[in-house]
Design a protein around this ligand. Structure first.
Ligand code: PBG
Length: 327
């Protein structure tokens, strides 16, 4: 008998063989493009820490959404940057607030051809940058924040969002938002719960993207990087409260958590490849240290392989174009 007896390399001999035997492949339909719309600007505003990503005007946002549809991207996740902020994030509940106007504009542009998602969280709208309102000691007040989330959610649904993404990590937020939506007649608006969301250094560039006013961190409400089992508790609670889909965030440093959640979740699982993950790869590629396209494809494929059914990535449109061209 010749040696070696087993030769796994046989299936790696040609591009056609590798393509045929691939266990996973990416599809534009599973990608979600996060997008920022900023009040009071007349030109898209490029972000230094996220080369290639901009704060959109209403016009450029609509174009980005149309382009995503063209390339078969599955969804868009909208974030708003208001001109004025206050302690309770009033611009978030204002029907004419920038995020709500952005949702309406995108809905008008693409209708039901793209799943329109929006961020239910106060951090973009508060002058202290926290995801909720503060109590007299400056601590984020869970229960008074919930009431605001409920109103915010109803306005986003009214504006035309198909899916809401509660990302504030307040206890009970899914139940309160579900109840608020149902009471207002929005039974068919879905909830994509940021179920296992960790306090992460990799959110850094997002703070520039939304012009965040935050000093300090979010460790009293977002999860500790040290915890794995706790993610399952967060997912179970969100499912019990009515989540239609659940998310793990960030993605690349939490692929074990993603795999755990994918193994137990009866609903679709998403993962968010966040701003810092984007920035790391762009920075290394800009220096010529890694091959940009291969690194992007490999990173997103890794997230899929770990178990994500849906992937939020700032490269969604570009990646969709590559996938189309390689068909
Ligand atoms: C909160 C929110 C954040 C992100 C998405 N939603 C910031 C945070 O929790 O600090 C981060 C996304 C990214 O880094 O790409 N509204």
């Amino acid at each position: 008998m010749s040696f070696p007896q087993h030769r796994p390399r046989r299936l790696r001999t040609t591009p056609a063989m590798r393509r045929l035997t691939a266990e996973y492949r990416l599809d534009p339909a599973e990608l979600i493009l996060p997008a920022f719309v900023r009040e009071g600007i007349t030109e898209p505003n490029p972000l230094t820490s996220m080369p290639g990503v901009v704060q959109h005007t209403m016009d450029s946002l609509k174009k980005a959404a149309a382009e995503a549809v063209e390339l078969g991207v599955g969804g868009i996740m909208l974030f708003g940057i208001p001109a004025e902020r206050d302690a309770v994030g009033s611009a978030g509940t204002d029907p004419n607030g920038i995020l709500n106007r952005g949702i309406a504009a995108v809905r008008e542009e693409v209708g039901d051809d793209l799943v329109i998602m929006s961020d239910v969280c106060l951090d973009e709208f508060t002058d202290h940058g926290h995801c909720g309102v503060l109590d007299e000691n400056g601590v984020v007040d869970n229960d008074s924040t919930l009431e605001i989330y409920g109103r915010m959610a109803v306005e986003q649904a009214r504006a035309g969002a198909h899916v809401l993404g509660p990302s504030g990590m307040m206890d009970g937020q899914i139940a309160v938002i579900r109840h608020a939506l149902d009471t207002a007649g929005y039974q068919d608006v879905s909830l994509f719960a940021y179920a296992a969301k960790y306090a992460s250094a990799f959110y850094g560039p997002f703070r520039e993207a939304v012009d965040s006013q935050l000093k300090g961190d979010r460790r009293t409400y977002q999860m500790e990087a040290a915890n794995r089992r706790e993610a399952l508790l967060e997912v179970e609670l969100d499912l019990e409260e009515g989540a239609d889909m659940v998310m793990v965030k960030p993605a690349m440093s939490y692929l074990d958590v993603l795999a755990d959640v994918a193994a137990m979740s009866p609903v679709p699982v998403g993962a968010y490849q966040i701003s810092g993950e984007y920035a790391m790869i762009e920075a290394a590629a800009a220096n010529g240290w890694i091959d940009r396209r291969r690194a992007i494809e490999e990173s997103v494929l890794g997230i899929k392989r770990a178990g994500a059914n849906m992937i939020l990535t700032y490269w969604a449109t570009e990646l969709a174009a590559w996938l189309k061209e390689s068909k």
